[in-house]
Design a protein around this ligand. Structure first.
Ligand SMILES: NC(=O)c1ccc[n+]([C@@H]2O[C@H](COP(=O)([O-])OP(=O)(O)OC[C@H]3O[C@@H](n4cnc5c(N)ncnc54)[C@H](OP(=O)(O)O)[C@@H]3O)[C@@H](O)[C@H]2O)c1
Length: 366
């Protein structure tokens, strides 16, 4: 496979928590010696040449915890978890387990627990971290490599949110942040579920036509109201909501949740308690005291509603991805594709928070 035990790869990393300036550093990969004297992936591992990676807000949130100590203990944090690429080597055990072989086009997500980021030329997906640390599947045939590199984390988050809720025959659902990448997949998944009979989506006017097309029955435009709470309460005159999904964080809705959610209703959030302020974002800042208090009270049964904070599991829901994407039931949404050389611009665009769809980085032109 390779003639050297080390495979060169480079990766932009955070310099420290104070600056958005990234630094390109070598991130060499140690290869395993094979019986024929060449080097490649270990028995349980998959070596992928990355073609596209995409950003998530977590790429900003993690910057806040970067310090020389963290870098020393954990290894420098790189960026991006979503990817598409081509398998350049795979161990026999991994090939059997995953049904993959050299040359396959693959895509998916890594997580921080696997110590692996995807904004780099090569990634060794180590079997010891599977399945908690990464998800991988063959690229759906109708997707471009850029599209395939864009959905990994947000798709699984949407699946997880939906799984957290309880659906009855006729379920009335409120989705805040419907036009986030998570929200778009969630709205699409709800459309595929006949039990979600009434879906009210909160998004801006610019996103409203798309969100309606994806399946929302009604839109509340958060840019055109003085009180999002009143708008939501107006929707509850005849019937309260059964489920509230928050894909963005909204402290006002959090405060009033028991007024618009029925008893036993479910409030599932992936965004924390308040709207993410990307320029000043921090991991801990998402978990406001009122949010944590409600989650804890709900966990010990002291609230009449169930409140859950969802943390994505890599690969969750991938069993349906091929069918959903190839049939066109679910579509990827990309805002911009940057070249690898422009990784700094791509990161700053993420921090600006003006994207409507995924920010993707092209590492190898497909
Ligand atoms: N817990 C987990 O495991 C997990 C995993 C993935 C993501 N997340 C979290 O999920 C959230 C969404 O992530 P994402 O990548 O899907 O986001 P994203 O695609 O970057 O979201 C961008 C969209 O947010 C919308 N938006 C901006 N301000 C808003 C507001 N005040 N109210 C409602 N919508 C607003 C904008 O649409 P319009 O202004 O046009 O409506 C924009 O298109 C983030 O907080 C992220 O940290 C959590």
């Amino acid at each position: 496979m390779f003639n050297s035990p080390i495979l060169e790869s480079t990766s932009p990393v955070y310099q420290n928590y104070k600056t958005t300036q990234l630094e390109l550093i070598p991130k060499p990969i140690n290869l395993t010696k094979k019986l024929d004297g060449t080097y490649g992936a270990g028995q349980d591992d998959v070596l992928v040449k990355i073609h596209y990676a995409s950003f998530n807000p977590i790429d900003i949130l993690l910057k806040g915890i970067v310090s020389p100590w963290v870098n020393y203990l954990r290894g420098n944090f790189g960026l991006c978890n979503d990817y598409s690429g081509v398998v350049v080597d795979i161990g026999d055990k991994a090939a059997e387990k995953l049904g993959l072989r050299i040359g396959d086009e693959v895509c998916g997500q890594t997580s921080q627990t696997a110590y692996t980021n995807t904004l780099t030329e090569y990634v060794m997906f180590e079997g010891s971290h599977y399945p908690k640390g990464w998800g991988m599947l063959k690229k759906p045939e109708n997707l471009t490599m850029a599209e395939a590199g864009s959905f990994g984390m947000v798709y699984s988050t949407a699946v997880l949110l939906k799984k957290t809720a309880v659906f009855n025959e006729s379920t009335k659902v409120l989705v805040n942040g419907a036009s986030t990448s998570v929200g778009k997949y969630l709205i699409s998944l709800l459309k595929l579920d006949p039990r979600a009979t009434e879906v009210v989506a909160i998004c801006s006017g610019r996103s409203a036509p798309l969100i309606k097309e994806l399946g929302a029955h009604k839109i509340i435009d958060y840019t055109q109201t003085n009180s999002i709470v009143n708008e939501v309460l107006d929707e509850c005159k005849d019937r309260l909501f059964d489920v509230y999904f928050d894909c963005r964080g909204n402290d006002k809705l959090l405060y009033h949740v028991t007024f618009f959610l029925k008893e036993d209703g479910v409030y599932a959030s992936c965004g924390g308690g308040k709207k993410l302020d990307l320029a000043n974002a921090s991991l801990m800042g998402m978990f406001t005291f009122p949010f944590l208090k409600k989650v804890l009270l709900s966990a010990v049964g002291l609230l009449k509603i169930k409140i859950v904070y969802c943390v994505v599991k890599p690969g969750l829901g991938y069993e349906d991805v091929k069918e959903y994407f190839e049939s066109g039931k679910i579509k990827p949404h990309i805002d911009t594709v940057f070249s690898f050389d422009d990784y700094q611009k791509a990161y700053e665009y993420l921090v600006e928070g003006k994207n409507n769809g995924k920010i993707v980085v092209e590492i190898v032109k497909s």
